[in-house]
Design a protein around this ligand. Sequence first.
Ligand code: ZN
Length: 499
Amino acid sequence: MTEATDTLRAKLGEVLDVRAALAVLEWDQEVNMPPKGAEARGEQIATLSALAHRLFTHEDVGRLLEDLRAAADTLPEDDRSLVSETLYDYERATRLPEAFVQKLAAERSKAFNAWRKAREESDFAAFSPNLEGLIDLLRQKADMMGYEGSPYNALLEEFERGMTAEQLRVIFGELAPRQRDLVRRIQEKGAQPNIAWLDRAWPEAGQWDFSLEVLRDMGFDFEAGRQDKSPHPFTTNFDIHDVRVTTRIAPRNPLTGLSGSIHEGGHALYEQGFLERDRRTLLAAAPSLGIHESQSRMWENIIGRSRPFWEHYVGVMQAYFPGAMDGVSPEQVYRAMNIVKPSLIRVDADECTYNLHVILRFELEVDLMEGALAVADIPEAWNAKIRDYLDIEVPNDAQGCLQDVHWAHAAVGYFPSYALGNLYAAQLIEAIQKEIPELWSHVAAGKFGALLEWLRVHVHQVGRRKLAPEIVRDATGAAPTAEPYLGYLEQKFGDLYSL
Ligand code: ZN
């Protein structure tokens, strides 16, 4: 069977090469491309996407996989994982007829343009017919993909394999009331830290160099990756030895660009950390978005918004911004990084309110897919949930149900990954603290080697050999739960706000 696995690896290698070429084009589109290049780039991307799909779903690949499936018992362990993961992707990729895929892509690009305009004018009704069309197509997609329980599960599978709406209801049912209660108690306290020191110009060159130093300290390999600028920070990879991150510098606030770099750096360390022998195969990938997000959120929030982190980096910042940090203590930066304030926009939300934004979107999506909520009624339902979860009023749809691009991209089922990332991160760090008792003194010295090594072994190098809940269970000794994250929040913010 070694001949068959070699052939499979060669065919997969071709598919992954085309996908990497696509990723280069998409990265360039965000980072370098002049505006007039957009039309041609759209065509190039569409052609390469179709080519990658055709190569992967070719019947020769199917036949090869069938043969290998039959001989699975005789295969070495790595090959067995490779065959079962490739089969999983192959079956999903061949379940949708090409005409349907094209129709969905066409409707999605129309919906995206309609959403952009509707958001500018804060007019949900102008986007509503497009969204109705997409939801209808997504229900058809769910039927073609197959599911048990809620049709939502068919879509969730794409982002959080093995997770169900029923399981999420239980997890979120535990999170929501305690996070809401924590936020209310903080609100009642009323006192917020003084951040007057932030109100000055922060030269871009200093911010840029500072973010590179932090990435280097984290263990990002600049011989196998680079950082650039883009309007929306993201991470992409063309190979484990070529991982790209981007950030966005805010001239009036040095902490936002830095947070972006640390977040994307967390994603990038995962991508640089897959096994050498998994290169050019499907195993060099994360099994879910949530576990990927656990890495970025652990570095950005649990590490980068911790007191020990700033005990080290306030001194480093002084070197990059001469004079600007005079008299600013680590405690002041720590507090400025952790202000809790219910707000309308998810991407600006703090650690205490973030999951509430996710949960309300999840609840609406499930209702939409199950037919319990009509598209036209989204604004009212949205505003009621924001009132209920965050005690604030939504002044218009642009700052309400039109704020995220996900639905216009037909990416229903995506949001829960963000919240799961938070939960996985907290559960992992709990285990890490036990196994590396000196973790926080390392962080206070700007040393992250032991932490990264632990993540390499327990998360990164696993690739797709396990599903996300299994990775968490094997690394921590317990199935994923909400408790570690709630404990982390209540302890950290209870202390910060003297609750
Ligand atoms: Zn992320």
